[in-house]
Design a protein around this ligand. Structure first.
Ligand SMILES: O=P(O)(O)O[C@H]1O[C@H](CO)[C@@H](O)[C@H]1O
Ligand SMILES: O=c1cc[nH]c(=O)[nH]1
Length: 253
């Protein structure tokens, strides 16, 4: 565990130790769910600004912090910058996304190996068109996901709640959830199509590259935006969130 230094951070006010490894859901409620599901003896790490965070012992017995980023690049950039100043070194976003292509089911998971930077925050931080995840951490997430799919984890293998397929590829990061353009047109190169759309991953990858942090990302498919349309229900989202949380913990172990 690392000594937390509140004086350096204006938005994260640590009330517990910080682990050098951190899961980053956008949703504070998902941070609580994951803390209750994945941590022994969780303590609140932060509640300032409603950005709930928790630190406890993960399944491997080592400390783990789970800290919500809020929605969108600007909020995520503040949280990630302050976590870096406090001593975080390995970060995995455990988020949700809308699948842009066919062939996905609600509750499937995506390991993001790169993000297409269609957002303002990562671009303001100097991102080019695409920003990459840490390769070793992404391979570890892919291996951990394969273990879950083959039935090593709970809840569920394929077909069970929270136990859908896992794919690896690019995601596109945007600033708008409600886009007046109406469609989430796939802006990517046809040779490397984006699997899904979300709002923080490009910022995480770009800021981590600037600060020398290892960053990865695993996402639950909460929406189908391609040929089929649909939105996951709350129970299935919880099961899928716990599953991707377990994948992330295994990758960080
Ligand atoms: O579920 P989280 O991790 O918040 O991620 C996605 O959900 C939010 C939009 O509903 C955005 O933050 C988007 O990136
Ligand atoms: O940013 C997001 C997150 C989930 N679903 C979407 O369609 N977009």
């Amino acid at each position: 565990m690392l000594a937390a230094d509140m004086a350096t951070t204006l938005h994260i006010h640590p009330t517990a130790d910080l682990s050098e490894r951190v899961l980053l859901p956008g949703d504070p409620g998902r941070a609580l769910l994951l803390a209750q599901s994945l941590l022994e003896r969780p303590k609140m790490f932060n509640h300032h600004r409603g950005l709930w965070g928790y630190t406890g012992a993960a399944a491997d017995g080592e400390p783990l912090t789970i800290q919500s980023t809020g929605m969108g690049g600007p909020s995520a950039a503040i949280v990630i910058e302050e976590l870096a100043r406090l001593g975080a070194r390995r970060l995995v976003r455990v988020g949700s996304c809308g699948a842009l292509l066919g062939g996905f089911a609600l509750g499937d998971a995506i390991v993001a190996e790169e993000a297409i930077a269609s957002d303002g925050t990562s671009r303001a931080l100097g991102a080019g068109e695409r920003v990459a995840a840490d390769a070793a951490l992404t391979d570890a997430l892919t291996d951990a996901a394969a273990g879950e799919v083959s039935g090593g984890g709970k809840p569920g293998g394929p077909g069970e709640p929270g136990g859908g397929a896992v794919r690896r590829g690019a995601v596109v990061t945007t600033d708008l959830f409600y886009d007046p353009a109406g469609e989430h047109a796939d802006p990517s190169d046809p040779a490397h199509p984006a699997l899904a759309i979300e709002m923080e991953t490009a910022t995480l990858f770009q800021l981590s590259a600037l600060r020398g942090l290892q960053a990865g990302c695993v996402l639950v498919v909460s929406d189908l935006l391609g040929p089929q349309r649909g939105r996951i229900d709350a129970e299935a989202m919880e099961a899928a969130a716990i599953r991707v949380g377990r994948i992330a913990v295994a990758a960080l172990s």
